[in-house]
Each structure stands twice: as structure tokens, then as C-alpha cells.
Design a protein around this ligand. Structure first.
Ligand SMILES: [Zn+2]
Length: 308
């Protein structure tokens, strides 16, 4: 008997078997063609990774702002003769200090000091970081152009405010106007206060040397004292004469907004006034209400003079 061997599985077959029968037998026996055995996998060498403590990635570097500090110019209104009354606002928010100057057109150094303050603040934005400063360098542009104390209507803007002491029946010689806020310039200042709700106000004027000082109205004695340490000017509870309808009486006493009327020595030039008052104005901007302040010596309560 002829012996044959299965090519697929090596099973030895005996006798003559037809191919179909052979295939059926293979299937029944579960004989399948041998599989190709894959070669054993050889692990690829890995780079050596030292085991170290996990160090979180460094946080992204803080963004460096290249934007200009916030500054805005607001036109509060127009004078009698149509000149714009403008306010420069520096800083986006926080406590606001309002600086006003040139209520009286014959006190030009007050406007010069206010303009110098704007320039200084632009160059030193850290001064008002987290705070806001608003400066109206010229409240009375017509008076400044004419060199007169009053506006183009002949009204003293610093007597035209709706203060409790505004004369009920002003006589013909009263330069405070026929009624409170009869003048555009007065309205412009009121607009500034309505927009800003300032925490404190410095109103810059000038007066004869020897009568200059930090004259405060309302809860501003500490503020005036702080400014006095910087400019060396006396702290004045009163300028020494009645000021019916004045801005100081209205804002400081009636509205209880700390208000200092900074009276510059009128004889001093603008440069001197700025040098003497730069730190005083910056102290007003940085002033912290409630900070302990000791005022030594008597505070003058009575003076004579004109100018405020
Ligand atoms: Zn004045």
C-alpha cells in the first residue's frame, strides 16, 4: 500500500485517496495550513530618561502693556464768547481728584500750574496709578484772554455758585451774577462735578504774597495740612472776608466735598509757582482720607485781602 503524507500538516495518509476526499478529510480533522509565525519582537531601545521630580511648566510671562495710560479730553461747555471749557482726565478709575484753575482771568499763573501738572502726570503715570485726576486748567477762558477777573458778562464766576450764602437779592454792584449759575462757565464746573463725583477738589487762584496759603472749605483740613507740608504755605480756615456764592462754600461747606483753595503768591512767576506746588498737588492726588495728620500751631481764622 502506497503511503502518502499530508503536505499541510504532515499527517501520514495510507492508500490512494482522491483529492476531494482528501480535502474533506483535512477539513473534518481541523487541519489548516500552517501559519506564518511572526518573528519575535525585539524591543527598540528607548532613550534614557532620568527620573526627576515633576516641575510644572513656568507660567506665561505677564503681558507687558504698551498701551498709553488712559487720557481723555472732555469739553464741558463753552464760554460766553464761545471758547471751549475743557477738562483733561487721566486714569481710568478710582478716587478722583479734581483740579480747577483760572476761575479768575487775571490769575494766569493758576492756569500755568494746572497745565504743568497735566504735563507732569502724562510723563509720570505711576503718580495716579489706581486713581483718577481731572484738570480744568481754564475755567474762565474769556477772562484769561481779556486779563480780567470776571467773564465776558462781567460776572465773577467764583461768586456765581448756588451756595447757601448766595445773596437773596444781589444789588447792582454784586458781581456774582443775577442768580446762581447764570453763567456758562459756572455750569461747566457743575457738569464736571456731576460727571466725576470727585473725592477732593483743589481750586487754584492767586493772591497778594503774604496772604497766599492753603484755604480749606468743608472736611479738608487734613488735606490742606498735607499740602502745607509740601508747599510751606499756611493752612487757612478762612480767607478772611465773605465769599457769597463762592465755589469753595458751595462744594466744601454745602456739598461736604473736601475742597482746598490753593492761593498762589501773585507776584511769583509760573515756574516758581509750579516748583513750590508740584509736590503739594501730587500729595493731594495721593491723599488718603483719614491718614493721621497733626496740625501744629494756631490756624489763622481771620485775614483781610482780595483775590479768592
Ligand atoms: Zn481768584
Amino acid at each position: 500500500m502506497e503511503a502518502r503524507t499530508c503536505r499541510a500538516c504532515g499527517f501520514r495518509l495510507v492508500g490512494k485517496v482522491r483529492p476531494l476526499i482528501l480535502l474533506g478529510a483535512l477539513l473534518l480533522a481541523g487541519c489548516t495550513p500552517p501559519r506564518q509565525t511572526p518573528p519575535p519582537r525585539v524591543a527598540e531601545p528607548r532613550p534614557h530618561l532620568p527620573i526627576t521630580r515633576y516641575v510644572p511648566p513656568a507660567p506665561p510671562a505677564p503681558a507687558v502693556s504698551t498701551a498709553k495710560p488712559f487720557e481723555q479730553t472732555i469739553t464741558l461747555g463753552q464760554s460766553v464768547e464761545g471758547r471751549p471749557i475743557q477738562m483733561t482726565v487721566l486714569g481710568a478709575g478710582g478716587e478722583t481728584t479734581l483740579i480747577l484753575a483760572a476761575f479768575h482771568g487775571n490769575e494766569p499763573t493758576s492756569a500755568d500750574v494746572a497745565r504743568e501738572l497735566i504735563r507732569h502726570l502724562r510723563e509720570n503715570p505711576q503718580v495716579y496709578q489706581g486713581r483718577r485726576v481731572a484738570v480744568v486748567a481754564v475755567v474762565n477762558p474769556d477772562g484769561l484772554a481779556r486779563g480780567t477777573r470776571e467773564n465776558a458778562h462781567g460776572v465773577d464766576i467764583n461768586r456765581n455758585f448756588p451756595a447757601g450764602n448766595f445773596p437773596a437779592d444781589p444789588d447792582r454792584n454784586y458781581e456774582g451774577g443775577p442768580y446762581p449759575v447764570s453763567e456758562r462757565e459756572t455750569l461747566a464746573v457743575l457738569t464736571a462735578l456731576r460727571q466725576l463725583a470727585p473725592a477732593r477738589i483743589v481750586s487754584i487762584h492767586s493772591i497778594r504774597r503774604g496772604e497766599h496759603g492753603n484755604n480749606y472749605d468743608g472736611p479738608a483740613r487734613q488735606l490742606a495740612a498735607q499740602m502745607g507740608r509740601c508747599n510751606g504755605y499756611p493752612v487757612l480756615a478762612s480767607i478772611g472776608y465773605p465769599t457769597p456764592g463762592s465755589f469753595g462754600v458751595w462744594a466744601g461747606i454745602d456739598q461736604q466735598i473736601p475742597t482746598v483753595t490753593l492761593e498762589l503768591p501773585r507776584e511769583a512767576d509760573a515756574g516758581t509757582c509750579w516748583r513750590e506746588n508740584r509736590e503739594a498737588l501730587l500729595a493731594a492726588i495721593r491723599f488718603q482720607a483719614g491718614s493721621p495728620t497733626q496740625i501744629t500751631g494756631p490756624v489763622p481764622l481771620s485775614r483781610t485781602g482780595v483775590g479768592k
